[in-house]
Design a protein around this ligand. Sequence first.
Ligand SMILES: [Mg+2]
Length: 194
Amino acid sequence: MGFDVDEVLYPWVATLRHHLHTSEGWPLDRMPEPTRYGFGPDWGMADDAEFLAHAVATARAGLLHTYGDPLEGAAEVTHRLVDAGHTVHVVTARRYDESYGVNAVLADSTRRWLERHDIAFTTLDLELDKTAVPTDVYLDDRPDHVDALCAAGTRGVLMDSFHNQDPSCGRERVHSLAEFADLVEEMSANPATC
Ligand SMILES: [Mg+2]
């Protein structure tokens, strides 16, 4: 089974907000909790290029995948799954164009952050395509990733998040890591229903 990182295990938006507040002086009330994935304009960013520049700056500042605490239950749930005999694949799309020179740092900081917070995992991969690492069930917060996983034969499950609240979004959804672990264990106990 597998986990995405950003907004499933790791508080990516909170880290970007922390960087912009502490390094750029942006007031916190300029950066409300987002309600959509492309939330840059809601925080007063001009375009995708500015958003990307801030994300890369957060990485270069050494904050991305270093700052912040895991989402609720990350350590407990991953240990619970490993202890139950599951192989836990962590797959993150956290890659930027190689010209920025931050990908190696992000890969290293992601691994160290997972270890520092006692998050159990078997493998860690940085892949834009979440189907690159075969899994039987996988948790991601992006509907398009869930669709790709399902198309590849994985039971793709959507982590409820700020940007996927559209009521027409009909993917299988959980609201917590613990709820996902329950689903995985139920799936293991009843493989014929998967
Ligand atoms: Mg994510």
